[in-house]
Design a protein around this ligand. Structure first.
Ligand SMILES: [Mg+2]
Length: 222
């Protein structure tokens, strides 16, 4: 039984499932990103920075690279460099594989990504959307709500960022190739849920640094 539980928890993100269930109660706003883009090349990073944000946290797979790849996806390479420039290098990766103690206990994968992509990979113990107190604050020397979370998944990246009071940017995945069945199914549920929430008039959580909705519109390029 223990073996079965362990196997299941490796395939299924239990924190993600827990979050999904909470959406039917009080936390439904946390499923909605403040900014939605095809990929990060549509984000105007200097405008985001000018609004008072102090750093950006990126998911890796299907946000910056194809799954398991160690090279930037060609469509986002320049934009990521723009982001690093706009935020004076205050950019880091938070992955549910590399740097996560469960899958990368010695940080070998995180080291390889840091070497190849030239960006710090946060070492952490809990899978997104579960947060670890102080992880981001320590790395960025800023409050979590002064940071931006960028990722392609609602139940992990968006939920994580919103639950910590961050600005959330959701991009579309580059590909579903290489993703397991659970992730494919989760994506379908996420898309349906977001559609239903938006149809019901639900909005993303309020953010102090973007009090006016018009400000959010300036974060994406026309
Ligand atoms: Mg991803």
């Amino acid at each position: 039984m223990e073996k079965l539980n362990k196997g299941l928890s490796q395939r299924v993100n239990l924190a993600g499932v827990k979050f999904a269930l909470q959406l039917f109660t009080t936390k439904r706003r946390n499923a909605l990103a403040h900014v939605g883009v095809k990929n990060i090349s549509a984000v105007d990073w200097s405008k985001v920075k000018a609004s008072g944000f102090k750093g950006c946290v990126f998911d890796k797979d299907n946000t910056l690279t194809s799954p398991y790849s160690l090279c930037f996806h060609p469509e986002v390479k320049d934009s990521f460099a723009d982001c690093i420039k706009a935020f004076d290098g205050k950019v880091a990766l938070l992955s549910n594989s590399a740097g996560l103690s469960q899958y990368d206990p010695h940080g070998e994968e995180a080291n390889a990504i840091e070497k190849k992509l030239g960006v710090p990979v946060l070492r952490h113990k809990k899978k997104k959307p579960a947060g670890e107190p102080g992880l981001l604050e320590k790395h960025f020397e800023a409050q979590a709500h002064e940071l931006v979370m960028v990722g392609d998944r609602t139940f992990t990246d968006v939920a994580y960022g919103n639950s910590l009071g961050m600005l959330t940017v959701k991009c579309e995945p580059f590909t579903s190739k290489g993703e397991n069945l659970f992730v494919k199914l989760a994506r379908k549920i996420e898309a349906l849920l977001v559609l239903l929430l938006r149809a019901a008039g639900c909005k993303p959580p309020q953010h102090d640094l973007v009090a006016r909705e018009a400000t959010l519109a300036t974060f994406t390029k026309a």
